[in-house]
Design a protein around this ligand. Structure first.
Ligand SMILES: C[S@@+](CC[C@H](N)C(=O)[O-])C[C@H]1O[C@@H](n2cnc3c(N)ncnc32)[C@H](O)[C@@H]1O
Length: 292
């Protein structure tokens, strides 16, 4: 099926994030109405952030700062404030400042991929918890000959359909490096947009550390075929639903966390691990990078 270029999955998904049918900016887009994240309950995250603040504390620079990117309802920053910290706390989210948030927490309402470009020289910790999986990306499905074909969105039903062979050299190069399409009918999400988002976000840091926690996978798993079905799904009212790019559900796809790690060339160390705080979420991964 051939559909117009402007309705590639990535473009249609972007409309459901920041465009005309934004899921998060709509009245129903309260993240916590549609899914529960671990941010409120995780026992591991505050000690980890404290350790990372110690890393930043040993560096020279301006005021210690924690920036929570895709902060949602600000729950992580609220926990940090409640636990007591001398760090400046800043949330960035598409959504407006949550009502009742601790007055000491700063809030920037906007697209982090734009906002981050204007912030430089931070000494501290950047956190992105269940943020990168929301960043729209392109995806392909291999045909019976193993040729990767771009996934589109049907303009009327807004459901996904498979279209023309992928031709973009940069996308082809990314697949070759990170997620080779070798088996008929396998699907793969192309992580370049997440890599770019991470490069921009970590670019805010002069020194300190960055922490991403998300649904994710690594190249050995992808090569082994563990994720051959692709990972694009919708979430609505706490349930996984068929992904329909009309703003009625939150679209998400797992993050190629190793490719994201490589997108921050200034990082002096990178550690990828399973993030095990939540039993039953074996596909959760963490990435810790230091910038000193
Ligand atoms: C799944 S929620 C996670 C919220 C919080 N980090 C947590 O773990 O509970 C994703 C959040 O990222 C925000 N978000 C998604 N894309 C964004 C973007 N490009 N810029 C800023 N915020 C974004 C959404 O508005 C939403 O609040």
């Amino acid at each position: 099926m051939v559909v117009p270029d402007e309705l590639t999955l990535a473009d249609a998904w972007e409309e459901t994030l920041t465009g005309d049918c934004s899921f998060y900016r709509g009245a129903d887009g309260d993240p916590y109405r549609n899914f529960a994240t671990d941010i409120a309950g995780s026992a591991e995250i505050l000690p980890l952030i404290r350790d990372l603040l110690d890393v930043a504390g040993n560096c020279d620079g301006g005021p210690l700062t924690v920036i929570d990117v895709g902060s949602g309802a600000g729950g992580l920053l609220a926990r940090l404030a409640m636990a007591g910290t001398n760090a400046r706390l800043i949330g960035i989210d598409l959504r407006p400042r949550p009502a009742g948030l601790d007055a000491g927490i700063e809030w920037i309402a906007g697209d982090a991929r734009v906002v981050a470009g204007d912030i430089r020289g931070i000494r501290g910790v950047i956190v992105a918890h269940e943020f990168l999986d929301d960043i729209p990306c392109a995806a392909v499905e291999a045909d019976e000959d193993g040729c990767p074909r771009l996934i589109y969105v049907d303009p009327s039903s807004r459901r996904i359909v498979v279209g023309e062979p992928l031709e973009d050299p940069a996308d082809l190069g990314w697949l070759e490096r990170w997620w080779p399409v070798t088996r008929p009918f396998m699907r793969a999400e192309i992580g370049r947009s997440r890599d770019a988002a991470w490069a921009l976000i970590t670019g805010m840091l002069n020194s300190g550390a960055a922490l991403a926690i998300d649904y994710g996978h690594t190249r050995p798993e992808r090569l082994a075929g563990t994720w051959d079905g692709g990972t694009l799904v919708g979430y609505r009212e706490g349930r996984v639903v068929t992904p329909v790019a009309d703003g009625s559900c939150n679209l998400t796809a797992h993050v190629s966390i190793d490719s994201v790690a490589e997108a921050a060339p200034r990082a002096q160390s990178s550690r990828i691990a399973r993030w095990s705080s939540s039993p039953g979420r074996a596909d959760f991964v963490s990435l810790v990078q230091t910038f000193t």
